[in-house]
Design a protein around this ligand. Structure first.
Ligand SMILES: Nc1nc2c(ncn2[C@@H]2O[C@H](COP(=O)(O)O)[C@@H](O)[C@H]2O)c(=O)[nH]1
Length: 251
């Protein structure tokens, strides 16, 4: 079993070390992660400049790029093999609902999935790494279960784990993505040099958090496991658009 581990909080983050520990004895582990925090970078690839790959004293490799860059490099030449599993995280904060589209953590796993590798993104619901070892135990158990279940087909899972000491004893719920309200207002400030500067505001509160959603599961004492796909087509409206544009009289 060969496991590639990435993240978006950077190669020095406690979450990636915890995920590496969680995989001890499950196979060979390779870490390729961003040099710096790349939260919110989604699936971005670095195309406008070359990337550099460095090796830390603990053997982790780190890249001056995005989470997607890390997995992309790994699967297009940096590694001389195709991993059996790509893991990302454990993220410092939730990736639920709309977060999923912005998330560098999910993006690293998505990159593995796009290359046909079963992939899992792990996030803790709250920032601050509280009960990280318990989250790592959840990750270990799920990795063992998916290995036992067979890795014969690619899948993409986003796992959100409550920051609780008993996280490994919590039920696991298969969920759909909820929705957040739009992000809070941008924070505008004036720099010491008099120029306006802007901070992206906090994420919006949960809006669609009903039964079956990731928000509902983690808010009710469970670990949320959301299977993801990358087909963004809105299939339900294809025929409607065809009809609407045909009535416009153009070919
Ligand atoms: N609008 C904001 N969104 C935020 C903020 N902090 C986090 N987030 C969302 O969560 C994910 C975190 O995922 P990561 O894997 O990228 O770390 C991030 O992508 C955003 O969607 C915030 O302060 N404002």
């Amino acid at each position: 079993m060969r496991i590639l581990i990435a993240n978006d909080d950077g190669y020095l983050a406690p979450g990636i070390a915890a995920l590496v520990r969680a995989c001890e004895g499950l196979g060979t582990v390779e870490v390729i992660a961003p040099e710096q925090n790349a939260s919110g970078t989604s699936n971005s690839l670095t195309l406008h400049r070359p990337l550099s790959v460095y090796t830390a004293s603990n053997g982790y490799r780190y890249v001056n790029g995005t989470p997607s860059d890390c997995v992309h490099l790994a699967l297009t030449g940096l590694l001389d093999y195709k991993p059996d599993l790509v893991l990302s995280g454990i993220n410092n904060g939730a990736n639920m609902g709309d977060d999923t589209l912005y998330s560098g953590t999910v993006a690293a796993a998505t990159e593995g999935y796009l290359f046909g590798v079963p992939s899992i993104a792990f996030s803790q619901v709250e920032k601050g790494w509280g009960h990280l070892d318990a989250a790592a135990a959840v990750a270990r158990a799920l990795v063992q279960d998916v290995i036992a279940g067979g890795l014969d087909r690619p899948f993409l899972l986003s796992v959100n784990i409550p920051n609780r000491a008993d996280a490994a004893a919590l039920p696991r719920r298969i969920t759909r993505l909820g929705r957040r309200h739009a992000s809070e207002a941008t924070i505008q400030q004036r720099s010491p040099r008099g120029e306006m500067i802007y901070w992206i505001g906090p994420a919006g509160a949960e809006r669609e958090a009903g039964e079956g959603t990731d928000f509902h599961a983690t808010g009710n004492g469970a670990v949320s496991i959301t299977p993801l796909q990358v087909d963004l087509t809105e299939h339900a409206t294809l025929d409607d658009w065809r009809q609407r544009l045909q009535t416009a009289g153009r070919p």
